[in-house]
Design a protein around this ligand. Structure first.
Ligand code: SF4
Length: 76
């Protein structure tokens, strides 16, 4: 499973800068010019990343399987 990676993307046009993701997952998101950006595009699988995507009020965060492109969060 060591090769498994998730891809984290933030749509800066959709993000409203609530800061929820940066507060709940500071190792993964930071606010820049009042919009979130992922600290790393590719990450080790971690529930906190999924939780952040599910918690974003405007679903600006999308987590996909880096290998397959399968969408993991938020649920559609
Ligand atoms: S939780 Fe969503 S809206 Fe809030 S800062 Fe993060 S990406 Fe932007």
């Amino acid at each position: 499973m060591g090769d498994l990676r998730w891809r984290v993307a933030v749509d800066r046009d959709t993000c409203i800068g609530s800061g929820i993701c940066a507060a709940s997952a500071p190792d993964h998101f930071t606010l820049e010019d009042d919009r979130s950006r992922p600290l790393a595009e590719l990450v080790e699988p971690e529930d906190v990343v999924i939780d952040a995507a599910e918690s974003c009020p405007v679903e600006a965060i999308v987590v996909t399987d880096a290998a397959t492109g399968e969408r993991l969060a938020p649920e559609e």
